[in-house]
Design a binder for this molecule. Structure first.
Ligand SMILES: Nc1ncnc2c1ncn2[C@@H]1O[C@H](COP(=O)(O)OP(=O)(O)OP(=O)(O)O)[C@@H](O)[C@H]1O
Ligand SMILES: [Mg+2]
Length: 252
């Protein structure tokens, strides 16, 4: 089982799109995947949590002592399960600041639940700010994927790298980082500038595969479906399939 945090504290970098559609890509390669939506805004939930099913338990209950296996439900995508978000995550994050061992709550919840071993991947979608949900996700993660959509989201990775260093300094679990260019258009000069500047900073951690701007990816939350269920031959689906393959070959 591999725990993956999808993180970049810049809003709109493509975190939720990546978390949900990468989960679907892995599932279509016959892996069992759990997505945990730690962002109160719930974009991964919009894509994957069946809209006709009321949210009974949300991810904030992981911090209240409930086990992940009590909380997850089948998603709109075969082979993918989800613990959805809810607005309660906002208050939960505030309450966490007063608790001892607060940054390890999620990791403990996942470690202490033997049923989590039945998943090949657990993907954590994170909110766009440096807070306790993001810190918990990084502390729990074996791997971190950093989507970068534009110059601003590239610059903001500096703060994320600093946070990862703080977590690593108190806990030496190896965390690989893979940077993914999203909304990439190689005909645009700015996309090429972002690619070359990011590559100069993170070197081989920058994935070869990129995600193009694709309207099907944008439609996924509206249709309550992964991009693969909308059209598994569109550019967005093929790109996330290529990312899944590249990650598996890097991590093997
Ligand atoms: N490759 C893409 N092509 C077109 N639209 C995209 C693409 N990736 C993401 N989007 C759209 O851009 C917006 C932001 O993407 P997303 O919600 O995945 O980013 P995020 O990093 O999770 O944002 P936030 O920090 O606000 O949670 C969404 O409307 C999404 O549908
Ligand atoms: Mg998001």
């Amino acid at each position: 089982m591999i725990i993956i945090a999808v993180a970049n504290q810049k809003g709109g970098a493509g975190k939720s799109t990546t978390a949900a559609n990468l989960a679907a890509a892995f599932a279509r390669m016959d892996h069992d995947v759990l997505v945990i939506d730690l962002d109160s805004y719930g974009r991964a939930t919009d894509i994957l949590h069946p809209r006709d099913r009321p949210v009974e338990w949300s991810a904030d209950m992981l911090f209240e002592g409930m086990s992940p296996s009590e909380l997850y439900v089948p998603s709109t995508e075969k082979g993918v399960y989800i613990i959805p978000s809810s607005p309660d995550l906002v208050e939960r994050e505030h309450k966490l600041y007063d608790l001892p061992g607060r940054e390890r709550k999620l990791r403990n919840a996942l470690d202490n639940d033997p049923l989590m071993q039945e998943f090949d991947f657990i993907i954590l979608d994170t909110p766009p700010h440096l807070g306790q949900m993001l810190t918990n996700a990084i502390t729990a993660a074996d791997r971190i994927i950093v989507p970068v959509a534009d110059y601003c989201s590239m610059e903001s990775t500096e703060y994320l790298r600093a946070l990862i260093e703080v977590v690593e300094s108190s806990d030496n679990t190896l965390r690989s980082k893979d940077y993914l260019l999203t909304k990439y258009n190689d005909r645009k000069n700015i996309s090429q500038v972002v690619r070359s500047e990011l590559s100069a900073i993170v070197g081989s951690s920058l994935l070869e595969s990129t995600i193009p701007v694709n309207v099907r990816l944008e439609e996924a939350p509206l249709f309550n479906k992964s991009v693969f269920s909308i059209d598994d031959t569109c550019k967005g689906a093929l790109a996330y399939k290529a990312v899944a393959e590249e990650l598996l070959s890097r991590w093997s």
